[in-house]
Design a protein around this ligand. Structure first.
Ligand SMILES: [Zn+2]
Length: 292
């Protein structure tokens, strides 16, 4: 009995660094942190634990950045932490590149061994919300199913694979015709072969979801391909698997790829339509000049 007890105590504790925790742990989890505090010394000689707020790498959505950038703590640093009792506080970080975008974390923290850096940290939440933001173009592409998509995003952020997969699949199923409609718009503008446009239109009338994607997958205009692959074919292969045949981890991975493909497709659709609009404007300017 005694031996068993000792084994339990020795059970390996999993640690994260404070930077990893702030960057990539979704809210609502109590996590063991290996470098939570620095040991400081009072002038009188005693010591205390001070919360560490090292620089972290986060997504910055500022026009000037739009990618992962270093963020530095600008307020809430230097919190003194106690043994056993949680301290509750906010820390705010600012992007070091644009010096504009900020991220605030709401935390609870305590140290676990006196005079040691280790401790526990809990993230109540963060503002803006955890995870890279969903682009406005993608929100426009999925239109009325925005809320379901964001629910899927929330599941994904919390590591709930089955939930994320089901929400994303529902969004793509519901908005299949809206997405195909945008692809048809691009195809018509660039003067794609009639045969291809007909194929896309027949996919719109096809009520069976996987069959519709199957029909449309080879009719993509070149400008919408993602590294040479048809986005519809990619969505088809990610979504054709039944959720009952997949583990939660597999669902999470597939959900992530569905989100990335939808994001890329929305970028390419808007770029293709913009290019076309710019070309039309340039042509009309030249034609008017010729006439005058
Ligand atoms: Zn920035």
């Amino acid at each position: 009995m005694t031996d068993q007890g000792t084994d339990e105590v020795k059970e390996e504790i999993e640690y994260q660094t404070i930077a990893e925790f702030l960057e990539s742990t979704p809210p609502n989890q109590l996590i063991n942190i290996s470098d939570l505090s620095s040991i400081k010394r009072y002038q009188s000689g005693g010591i205390y634990n001070e919360m560490r707020t090292p620089e972290v790498q986060l997504h910055c959505n500022h026009d000037q950045c739009s990618g992962t950038r270093f963020f530095r703590c600008v307020s809430g640093s230097g919190k003194r932490l106690k043994l056993e009792d949680f301290e509750f506080f906010y820390v705010t970080y600012r992007c070091s590149n644009c010096q504009h975008v900020e991220k605030t974390f709401s935390l609870a923290a305590k140290i676990t061994t006196e005079s040691k850096p280790e401790g526990e940290c809990y993230k109540f939440g963060e503002l803006p919300t955890y995870g890279p933001p969903v682009s406005a173009k993608l929100i426009k592409l999925i239109g009325p199913d925005r809320d379901d998509f964001l629910k899927g995003r929330r599941c994904e952020n919390q590591g709930l694979g089955v939930g994320a997969f089901i929400y994303y699949r529902r969004v793509v199923e519901n908005q299949k015709n809206r997405i195909l409609g945008e692809i048809i718009k691009v195809s018509e503008k660039i003067g794609a072969a009639t045969e291809k446009i007909e194929k896309l239109k027949s996919a719109v009338t096809e009520t069976q979801f996987t069959k519709a994607l199957e029909t449309a997958k080879d009719a993509m205009p070149e400008s919408l391909l993602i590294n040479g692959h048809s986005p519809i074919l990619l969505l088809h292969s990610a979504l054709s698997e039944g959720v009952h045949a997949l583990t939660d981890e597999q669902c999470l991975e597939l959900a992530g790829s569905v989100r990335v493909v939808l994001g890329e497709l929305s970028e390419r659709l808007s770029q293709a339509l913009k290019d076309e609009a710019e070309l039309a404007k340039a042509l009309s300017t030249l034609m008017n000049k010729k006439r005058s």
